[in-house]
Design a protein around this ligand. Structure first.
Ligand code: FAD
Length: 461
């Protein structure tokens, strides 16, 4: 895995338009000793350093990053800062009781506002608008599923979820075949690269060292080795998400599954008058194979989805970020939703990997005996969750027992993925099952049993 051809601006629309030069900062060239070493300068690593350096400005913190800050999923995602969490409420309740599940959801909701607050406090203009999410129901089966979803949410006290009639849904988002939908106010659309690069700049100004073009070769208790030197530290945090399988001994920790995205050129006001999204609501529909969209601050549509294959052996390569068939099918799907976009140019196509744990459960933790910390397995719901992870890791590292450190995801450990070829078969079978389930529902107009069986395993973006 090497740097992207065409420079870091070619990685995503977001990095290209984030307004900084993307020149890598200096790499590590000597041995250093710090209090906290962090591997990976995405949202997880940066939020962790942000809250630690805020609470304890005296701490010495060093971050090592193989490419540049924001190179990974954090600089490429769909820009939904939502309250979605990859494990269902029922799963969380099984582990931590009803109260625990409710506390996790409340923490996620609060984290959206914390992202917005922190960005504003630091003067980071990440084009944030908290317009909520509209999820359309475009077939009778999807409508039934939406209704059941809202009823289930209400049983957990999530009264913020509303069921929308066809007219109401269409008045927010005028797509084809809208029969109804659901709405939650809990989502902000943002420009993720502006946020991640802005955070890196804030940290540098606070004296946190960020060594770019510096791959961690090994991560061990109290030591991170890199080609230019070793970082010794009391605490070492792994914040490498979808790239974790490239680390020694971590090949089966998460499966890196690709999500792909396209972006239109900025759309004129007349087109927005027709489409809607006046409050920059993020949007999707209730199909099985995830799609997701947002109206950007500069009036484009950014539209993504799953469907790209998982690569044998958890391989990650820059060429996997582009998959012509999946990008074409996303474009077709976008025009199916909004025929007015038939001749609108698609200006950007990109992709990136998500980290999926074997039980689809995100986790954050710190092993007190070794000082090794981690957070990840967010599937496609990391934009907000990483903020919660950063604050939780701060509390764990500072040895404070807080509301955050007692949430059900703290210290959760997922079993390893199977060895190949079973992993390859299982992940790709899951992705194909979702496509099949959508096709089956189009033909039969009934909920696909396959889709229902797989749904708990296919959450996130
Ligand atoms: C296409 C796409 C769309 C998504 N859409 C959404 C969305 O709309 N909403 C949402 O909530 N989530 C979304 N996600 C998920 C979300 O982006 C991630 O969960 C989140 O950004 C993870 O942040 P992170 O810091 O843990 O990982 P990353 O941002 O991936 O950062 C990990 C960093 O570690 C570095 N690294 C890896 N290995 C090493 C090493 N050996 N040494 C040093 N550095 C290393 C990488 O270069 C990278 O910069 C999406 C993800 C993708 C790929």
């Amino acid at each position: 895995m090497t740097s992207h051809e065409g420079g870091y601006g070619a990685v995503s629309l977001w990095l290209e338009t984030c307004g900084d030069s993307l020149e890598p900062g200096p790499p590590l060239t000597r041995d250093v000793e710090v209090d906290v070493a962090i591997v990976g300068a995405g949202f997880t690593g940066l939020w962790t350093a942000y809250y630690l350096s805020e609470s304890r400005p005296d701490l010495r913190i060093a971050i090592v990053e193989r490419e540049i800050a924001g190179f990974g999923a954090s600089g490429r995602n769909g820009g939904w800062a939502s309250a979605l969490f990859p494990s269902s409420m029922a799963t969380l309740a099984k582990q931590a009781g009803r109260e625990g599940a409710i506390a996790q959801h409340a923490a996620m909701r609060g984290a959206i506002d914390e992202v917005i607050r922190a960005a504003a406090a630091e003067g980071i203009d990440a084009g944030i608008a908290k317009g909520g999410t509209i999820s359309l129901a475009r077939t009778p089966t999807q409508l039934r599923r939406s209704r059941a979803g809202v009823e289930d949410a209400h049983t957990w006290g999530q009264d913020e979820y509303e069921l929308l009639g066809a007219d109401e849904a269409r008045s927010r988002l005028n797509a084809t075949n809208v029969l109804g939908g659901t709405y939650t106010p809990d989502c902000a659309a943002l420009q993720p690269a502006k946020l991640v690069r802005g955070l890196a700049a804030v940290l540098r100004a606070r004296g946190v060292a960020i060594y770019e073009k510096t791959p961690a070769l090994t991560i061990a208790p109290h030591r991170v080795t890199t080609p230019g030197g070793t970082v010794s530290a009391e605490f070492v945090v792994r914040a490498t998400e979808g790239y974790t399988p490239t680390l020694d001994g971590q090949r089966r920790a998460v499966a890196p599954v690709y999500s792909l995205i396209i972006a239109t050129a900025p759309l004129p006001a007349s087109v927005w008058d027709e489409i809607g999204l006046k409050h920059r609501e993020t949007f999707n529909d209730a199909r099985h194979l995830i799609i997701y969209g947002q109206r950007t601050a500069d009036d484009r549509i950014v539209f993504g989805g799953r469907g790209a294959p998982y690569h044998f052996g958890s391989r990650i390569k820059p060429e996997y970020d582009n998959h012509a068939r999946v990008h074409r099918s996303l474009h077709r799907e976008l025009v199916r939703l909004f025929p007015v976009l038939a001749s609108t140019p698609i200006t950007h196509r990109w992709g990136g990997n998500l980290g999926i744990a074997r039980d689809w459960h995100a986790s954050v933790g710190l092993d007190a005996a070794t000082g090794l910390g981690w957070a990840g397995g967010y599937v496609g719901d990391g934009v907000t969750t990483t903020n919660l992870a950063g604050r939780t890791l701060r509390d764990l590292i500072l040895g404070e027992s807080t509301e955050l450190t007692s949430l059900p995801w703290v210290g959760h450990s997922s079993r390893k993925w199977e060895v190949e070829p079973v992993r390859w078969l299982a992940v790709n079978a899951g992705l194909s099952a979702m496509t099949l389930a959508d096709t089956e529902e189009k033909i039969t107009r009934h909920e696909s049993l396959l889709g229902r069986a797989m749904a708990p395993f296919m959450g996130g973006h």
